[in-house]
Design a protein around this ligand. Sequence first.
Ligand code: ADP
Ligand code: MG
Length: 376
Amino acid sequence: MPKNVFERAVKERVIFKDEAFLYPEFVPERLPHREKEIDALVFAFDPVLKGKRPQNVFLAGPTGCGKTAVAKFVLKELEEFTDRAKSVYINCFEYNSRHSVLSKITNFIGAPAPRRGIATDEIYSQFLDAMKRIDFTPIIVLDEVDQLVFSEDGSKLLYDILRVHEQEKTVLGLGLISNNSELTLLLDSRIRSSLTEERILFEGYTPEQLKDILFSRAQYAFASGALSEEVIGVAAANAARLGGDARVAIESLLKAGREAERENSEKVLLKHLKKAFESVDAVSLLKGLKHLNENEKLLLGEIAQADGITSGQVFEAFKKKSKSPLTERRLRDLLNGLEKRDFVSSEQLSLGNKGKTRKYHCRLPQKMVLKELSSN
Ligand SMILES: Nc1ncnc2c1ncn2[C@@H]1O[C@H](COP(=O)(O)OP(=O)(O)O)[C@@H](O)[C@H]1O
Ligand SMILES: [Mg+2]
């Protein structure tokens, strides 16, 4: 009788001990190279322990630099340490309106509020009522808050939350997380002033830091001897090139491990990593698209459409389509930023006696980019 097709899969787990340690949703207990950021967040929330009002915080930095992981970690520690605070983590991709966020936080502090069928202002007054009755300080963290703040509805929500202090003699803590460190500058001045209490700016990881991070995760995920230091080093270097994104680094190890398993190899080899990286690369870049600001998206859209377009032509196209005039200097910076993050590549062109210019290409498949850009 032929062997069952699953037999090979379970035969012996030579590569992974437990690959779940590499899943994106896994919240690690240790976050190497984020000690400073963790301390800053602890400092902001610390007044809660004395029954005082915590500081509002703004966390910003590029994708994959550990903002979400740090926030979740500190909230977990806080809850374990004290009954005086309870936290709610909200991702604004999921909860993207004043109505849905207010329902969520009203529910969270103990007043059941249906998500639909009740006016938003009504939910807000229920929230304020419930705030008077609770004996803990709610800490509300809004992740990927860019989704919200540019709409009138979203600004109103932030204002609602911040206004709680003035009106009701009640306290809460608010944390906002964004990929855009300039986000607060774009906010309404009333909101801005109450949010600049504490800013924690994250930077992308260096190759050395990524190596430590990969070691700390791989230790639990891989069987001993299955993963060499060389492979970790290359994975770290690749991810550093893509902006120091730990998610890309970790994901590439997971995929490389699976590739090694598929080939029945006893070890993860560089060729497995290479294959993994090719797929992670495009996928993570595509995901990264939604974190671009409107101007960057417009520029990238033009470059993707043309495939091979000079900076001058990009600027022309931008001026025609954009509502906000930007200087060429600023546009050049934005283009450089897109190139640094590997969305585009460029080459220098000589224009004869008219000097030089740069010609830009999109690094991702045109169809995928245009589809993704038009959907968000
Ligand atoms: N210092 C670190 N140590 C271990 N894992 C990390 C560290 N920083 C980030 N990660 C992991 O990398 C991935 C991306 O981090 P995340 O916090 O989601 O980034 P961001 O929110 O800044 O985009 C997550 O899987 C996270 O667990
Ligand atoms: Mg995040």
